[in-house]
Design a protein around this ligand. Sequence first.
Ligand code: SAM
Length: 232
Amino acid sequence: MNTTKDKSKYWVDLKDNSQTVSTSWADPRRFFCDVGHIVPLVHSLKPISIRDIACGNGRHIKVLLEFFDYFKNVELWDFNSIYIDKLKRYYSKQSHINAYELDLSDEECYFSHGSDLDLCFGSLHYILKDDPLKVFFGRMASTSFIRVPCSFENRIEIDTFSEDLQAPYQATYRTVEEYIELLSLHYDSVEWKYAYDVSFDSLHNTRQIYILCQKEKNVSLESLEEWGHWLA
Ligand SMILES: C[S@@+](CC[C@H](N)C(=O)[O-])C[C@H]1O[C@@H](n2cnc3c(N)ncnc32)[C@H](O)[C@@H]1O
């Protein structure tokens, strides 16, 4: 059985966004695709508080802070203490930017201030069971933008030793329909679109999906692609 500590150790190998086969999620072209959606989203919503859940090295927030200077509260969450310690040091002089070591699978997970916009990229498949995910979705912000790898067909539950990673690997690849059903328990508007393909070499039948969830619909997923629209 993996402990949180074991997982944390495993993720350390991914921390630099560079080396090893396992960092395909950190490919800059895919990152620009995320940025191409979140910059227009933030521009449209103008959130005062924003949170990046399972933030890794914090790359998404770092870019947003270069575009926008009006955030009053920025939170970065991850269960990997190495990322969190680094982020704490990096933002130590900006009291409105805080990093927290939190495990999303923990139903008591500490939601400190609430947030206007939650981001969560490439991480929800690590919440293995649906019940904690339901609880988690119920606590997310009124607008949330997610990228998650989904299975093309049936749900895939993996609990194995990964040769690619040379480490234990556990994940649940849900279908888009499963995510929509769980999110619709808490959100009035749930839209999704294909983002791009990326998966470990040994797992070809998943694809990355963007999901935009809103309690009150203020922006459409389609409009985020119209760069000219938000530049106007
Ligand atoms: C593929 S990385 C994505 C990181 C970041 N969102 C990005 O796109 O750059 C997955 C991240 O999820 C974090 N993570 C996985 N399971 C978690 C959990 N149960 N609680 C908190 N963070 C978790 C890992 O530490 C890692 O930083």
